[in-house]
Design a protein around this ligand. Structure first.
Ligand SMILES: Cc1cc2nc3c(=O)[nH]c(=O)nc-3n(C[C@H](O)[C@H](O)[C@H](O)COP(=O)(O)O)c2cc1C
Length: 204
């Protein structure tokens, strides 16, 4: 039996991403988000244009998508309800957000230089994807939401994620993404079975 409902959110479970960008004064910003999906060498991000991250992305056209594993939930919690926007936009202030100029410091995460972009990488994240902005589109108008297409230009992974003998392949058994599922944190289960798609994209 199915029933009709009108949920406030449709967060059916997506990867948490920590986006690092460069502020107008040259300092760095770091923000958690999870409306992200992946296609080929690109990623589509869904964000409010009121966020400092989107302002920075539109200005600099660069970012790093840092993918935390489940052990970094405490650091992501430290970044929650913070914004790099000063003053804090009214709608965010009403929801309890406050300004924070040192997101790396407050989360205890370590900033390290990137290779292709100015925005720093997060050392503790096992996956760090340097990316450049390709397109911005309004999303679900009227609203402040936008979709941002970014192209990945450099991929850094922790060596433990690499498939032994296949340098350009990531071992999905080793990768433990942090999943936001209706505003709660989850991990993935163990592998359930192999897929008929695996031989198409997997190491030969
Ligand atoms: C786990 C998590 C996921 C989030 N996902 C999104 C998202 O997909 N899109 C969005 O606009 N904000 C999302 N947020 C809220 C942003 O983190 C928030 O807007 C923050 O103020 C952005 O920081 P900034 O203003 O410094 O860029 C998420 C927050 C958390 C903690």
């Amino acid at each position: 039996m199915h029933i009709e409902i009108e949920p406030k959110i449709m967060y059916f479970g997506t990867t948490v991403v920590l986006i690092s960008t460069i502020n107008g004064d040259g300092t760095s910003n770091l923000a958690p988000m999870s409306s992200a999906w992946w296609l080929n060498q690109s990623c589509m991000l869904g964000m409010s244009s009121k966020s400092q991250t989107v302002q920075n992305l539109i200005r600099t056209k660069e970012c790093v998508l840092n993918l935390p594993s489940t052990d970094l939930i405490p650091a992501v919690e430290q970044l929650t309800l913070l914004t790099g926007s000063n003053p804090v936009p009214e709608t965010k202030a009403q929801r309890g957000y406050r300004y924070e100029g040192d997101k790396f410091g407050i989360s205890g995460l370590t900033s390290i230089p990137s290779h292709q972009v100015q925005a720093p990488r997060v050392l503790e994240c096992p996956v760090q994807l340097e990316a450049v902005l390709q397109a911005v589109q309004p999303f679900e108008q009227p609203s402040s939401l936008v979709s941002l297409e970014v192209r990945i230009v450099r991929v850094h992974i922790h060596e433990q994620l690499q498939v032994i003998g296949h340098p350009d392949y990531i071992n999905p058994v080793q990768w433990k993404p942090m999943i936001m599922n209706f505003c709660e944190y989850f991990g993935l289960s163990e592998q359930l079975s192999s897929s008929r798609l695996a031989p198409v994209f997997g190491p030969k």
